[in-house]
Design a protein around this ligand. Structure first.
Ligand SMILES: Cc1cc2nc3c(=O)[nH]c(=O)nc-3n(C[C@H](O)[C@H](O)[C@H](O)COP(=O)(O)OP(=O)(O)OC[C@H]3O[C@@H](n4cnc5c(N)ncnc54)[C@H](O)[C@@H]3O)c2cc1C
Length: 412
């Protein structure tokens, strides 16, 4: 039997962050991982998806660069090679992480672990006594009633990463971040994409104006979509939708959310990350890990959301549809007002900021670099910086950040 100050189950972003922070406080740490170090984020989520998305955008840009004076001939897609590239990126980052764990002298046990009680873990036939146990065991793709993954026709977000070739057509069920990013990836590669969404708009967690803009972009990209719609029935490869449409996609991606790997919670054990079933984002799990080890609290209302692709979509705080008319002020700036957007040939999008009492209460950005821009707003919100104070900042030109500055003068 071995003794540790902290025992952590799961080496995804929540688990490994807890491990590094505990170690830096001088605690002895053991971490258990039954699959790949780095968890879903590094191996099956954020990193591989964004790698393939980047390549798909490059391909799309190559198709459209003639107007810019570039001629790119014989463009083509070698999807096997793209997957190899994706695997290399993942492996490189995983090796870096494994090395960092080793250098920090964190004991890693590559095995499934079981919690016996709030101080005891068993793994590999051994018992580990821990002063504190943290469970960061993550989540897995959700199925729908009557729609189960067969991993051949009906795929989940893990299966889709390992498709050896691009399908001719795909039906994506669910237009959250995962569904939207894959719709963009497949459409960039020329796959015929249909998205169905049960809610009234695409990307239902976003501000409605953002959802509507995404719908417009999907139309431009010839991505078909049906909102307020789900699957009525599947007969073989024939899919009947609740709106009466019939489709024959080569593949289906079911992307309707993720569920915690277990719902049982053992008293005295700290649960962090996706297994909690609240906000299932890597950075949320990371902040929970830091809160669990260092006691540094964070505001769960100030967790940014980002959807990647061209243009990026990012938001924080209140959505306009949640606010009472007349209770807030709003500023809206089209990205096409920015010089940098024209230089980059990326003029689609807007910056919308919502305010109350001279403070920002929400921001919704559709723009190249939105994932970076949202943090400027976040810093202001977290620190209660007034709009008047923000106006004193000197923003560089030409940048997308200038869009934030310009927005500050446009409140109606
Ligand atoms: C396609 C996709 C794209 C995504 N994109 C983004 C994004 O862009 N940004 C973002 O913030 N989030 C994104 N996410 C979500 C993000 O991946 C998760 O929020 C994040 O991985 C959660 O981290 P975690 O540490 O809680 O759990 P996980 O990363 O799921 O790690 C849990 C680990 O625990 C291990 N484990 C479970 N049970 C045991 C056991 N009994 N013994 C030993 N080990 C065990 C698992 O093998 C796993 O490695 C995406 C997810 C997917 C699927």
């Amino acid at each position: 039997m071995e003794n540790f100050d902290i025992g952590i189950i799961g080496a995804g972003p929540a688990g490994y962050t807890a491990a590094f922070h505990a170690k830096s406080k001088g605690l002895s740490v053991v971490i258990f991982e039954k699959d790949c170090t780095g968890g879903v984020c590094l191996n099956k989520g954020c990193i591989p998806t964004k790698t393939i998305l980047h390549v798909s955008e490059l391909y799309q840009e190559m198709q459209n660069c003639a107007d810019l004076g570039l001629s790119v001939e014989n463009t083509g897609v070698d999807y096997k090679k793209i997957l190899e590239h994706k695997n290399q990126v993942v492996e490189k980052l995983r090796k870096n992480l494994e090395l960092a764990l080793k250098n920090s002298k964190i004991q890693v046990i590559h095995s499934e672990a079981e919690i016996v009680d709030s101080n005891t873990i068993t793994a590999n036939g051994e018992t580990f006594k821990c002063g504190k146990i943290i469970a960061a065991t993550g989540a897995e793709p959700k199925e729908l009633k009557g729609l189960q993954f067969d991993h051949k026709f009906i795929l989940n977000s893990d299966d889709i990463l390992n498709l050896e070739e691009l399908p001719k057509s795909i039906l994506i069920i669910g237009s959250g971040a995962i569904g939207t990013e894959w719709a963009r990836i497949f459409s960039n590669f020329g796959v015929e994409v249909t998205v169905i969404e049960f809610a009234g708009h695409l990307l239902p967690l976003a501000d409605t104006e953002v959802s509507k803009r995404l719908e417009r972009m999907f139309k431009t990209k010839k991505i078909k979509f049906y909102t307020g719609t789900t699957v009525e029935r599947i007969d073989g490869k024939n899919v009947l939708l609740t709106n009466g449409e019939q489709l024959n996609p080569e593949k289906i991606l079911l992307a309707v959310g993720r569920k915690p790997v277990s719902t049982e919670k053992i008293s005295g054990v700290t649960y962090i990350g996706d297994v909690c079933g609240s906000i299932q984002l890597a950075h949320f799990g990371i902040k929970q890990a830091i809160a669990a080890i260092d006691g540094i609290k964070f505001d769960e209302n100030l967790v940014p959301s980002v959807v990647y692709g061209y243009p990026e979509i990012a938001w924080i705080g209140k959505r306009e549809q949640d606010l009472q008319e007349g209770s807030y002020r709003k500023s809206n700036l089209l990205i096409s007002a920015l010089g940098k957007a024209h230089c980059d040939n990326c003029t689609d999008g807007f910056i919308k900021i919502l305010s109350q009492d001279d403070k920002i209460i929400g921001a919704h950005i559709v723009s190249k670099e939105a994932s970076a821009l949202i943090h400027q707003i976040l810093i202001a919100m977290q620190n209660n910086i007034t709009i008047d104070k923000l106006k004193e900042i000197c923003f560089a030109h030409p940048t997308y950040s200038e869009g934030i500055f310009e927005s500050l003068w446009r409140f109606s």
